[in-house]
Design a protein around this ligand. Sequence first.
Ligand code: AMP
Length: 410
Amino acid sequence: MTFEEIGLHELVLEGLSCMGFEKATPIQEQAIPEVLKGRDIIGCAQTGTGKTAAFVLPILNKILEKDYKNTSTLIIVPTRELALQIDQQIQGLAYFTGATSICLYGGGKAGDWKEQKKAMDQGVDIIIATPGKLISHLIMKSINVSTIENLIFDEADRMLDMGFYEDICRIISFLPEKRQNLMFSATMPPKIRDLAKRFLTNPFEVSIEISKPSEGVLQAAYLTFDNQKTPLISSLIKGKDEYKSILIFTSTKRKVNDIVRSLRGNNFEVKGISSDLEQQEREDVLMAFTTKKVRVLVATDVISRGIDIKDINLVINYDVPGNPADYVHRIGRTARADTTGVAITLINPDDMYKFRNIETLIENEVPKVKLPEVLGDGPEWRKTSSKGKNNNGGRKKFQGKKKFYGKKKH
Ligand code: AMP
């Protein structure tokens, strides 16, 4: 379906044509007409499906038609990276509409607030905010949300995982009751349904398949011991010019630094990104990677969701993510929008049970590739848990402790 057929405003169509969007993606096709009718939406879609434009486009349409005089739209997101990315898409799509937007997140530059306050006093149309920052402004009464008519939650599941439930309820208590609510989440666990029940009115449900990686991703896995991982990565990427942009995911900040150090030792151009970096440093690293000044980026899951870096040719999972949906998010960084890409996962004996859970979720067995001979033998693949152990490979006692309920620094 084309955007003309959906019936968007001419000035919105102009923005779309400049961005080169010709056809609506499935989530856009389903959600936009309902948002235009004024309905609340609950959308289950992962990043890469075009979900940002699915809410930005009809909201821009509404802003043009209603000609609001004050801030009308609040977008709440889990991380500042996602806030900035949404803001960028708004700037492109809204170019001809005159609609304005600002981002509010923790850890910005000194002096940002002055500019943001000025924008709000002038009636900026759209505020994109992380919950923590927004709540502190609301408490200090330094922001007025009494004119908000459109509320959007993006990556709602991640916000709840990060412990933002109370903050979200509190933020909503400051908003006018009469408003349109759009909630997007990559997964739809019961806690998201509960949140939707609490704050959405008779929502229209849109669900885009989330458990399967995009078909353009070629997936493979290596069974390795930890000391074989870095030499394996080096052999996978050395002299392979077709891998121009490589993203390596790992689960901890400490490992990011270790991997960066060892790859640099092997003369690769590599940078790391995690929540340890200041906001400006994170932006600089992302910029160096997106502009291809740096070939390899090592990251924690902070950037696996929501962040849109084009043309990544190879994603390497240095370790297996504990949450199977994170696997889909991580490898979704490659093969975006009809391109192809490769996703390689390194599995040590402790991670085999996690990888089996992933294969169950994606309903597919990922081929296990033999290690290059020089690296010696890797561990044997265990299709099921070893006898006498529980299903988590004997790690049951750690289960409760591993779960994180507090707020993370993002
Ligand atoms: P998202 O799922 O919102 O993170 O979007 C993923 C990528 O798809 C972004 O780079 C968007 O610019 C792009 N995109 C969104 N909608 C379309 C469309 N209708 N046609 C082409 N690209 C799109």
